[in-house]
Design a protein around this ligand. Sequence first.
Ligand SMILES: O=P(O)(O)OP(=O)(O)OP(=O)(O)OC[C@H]1O[C@@H](n2cnc3c(O)ncnc32)[C@H](O)[C@@H]1O
Ligand SMILES: [Mg+2]
Length: 170
Amino acid sequence: MAIIIGSKNPTKVKAVQEVFNNQIVYAEDVPSNVSNQPLSDEETLMGASNRAKQAIDLNNAEIGIGLEGGVMELDGMTYLCSWGAMIDKKGVQFNASGARIPLPIEITEGLRQGKELGDLMDLYAQKQDVRKNEGAIGIFTNNLIGRKEMFVHILKLMKGQHEIYYKNKV
Ligand SMILES: O=P(O)(O)OP(=O)(O)OP(=O)(O)OC[C@H]1O[C@@H](n2cnc3c(O)ncnc32)[C@H](O)[C@@H]1O
Ligand SMILES: [Mg+2]
């Protein structure tokens, strides 16, 4: 069973390889067709969903996956949010969201000026490519949870829903 993940970001690709460890995994960059920095749950989920739909159309894949990072407002705070979408050959789609944590005010201010979280995180942490490594979630949780681990959780939530859906159909 071939699986296509619609991104070459290593945190996303490694997470898919870990969860679908006995399957062939291809990584292809596809556009999210939302802004580079999604600013709501709706937009982040839409980005994940758009990527999954394009990924499944690319080759003769059984499953297309989209994982998207964003931020959302809740109760006057800006939270990190992440969404996943998985679509199979029959067009059945499963979604799941990941852990969310509040972001510090200096990050929120940068986002309000139109900057991308990935760039803000590199400045904040004085590191390069935080988005491809521990992610904002790693930086703000003392690395107890990293970006790949958060995506692993989202992928398990979708894989499990997919398994139950077909188990109950037979
Ligand atoms: O190549 P793609 O798959 O696009 O990988 P990406 O790192 O750009 O990831 P997203 O498009 O899913 O995320 C949208 C924006 O939010 C940033 N972002 C999201 N979550 C992040 C995190 O945990 N750490 C750092 N940046 C993050 C990311 O760098 C982008 O600017
Ligand atoms: Mg991106």
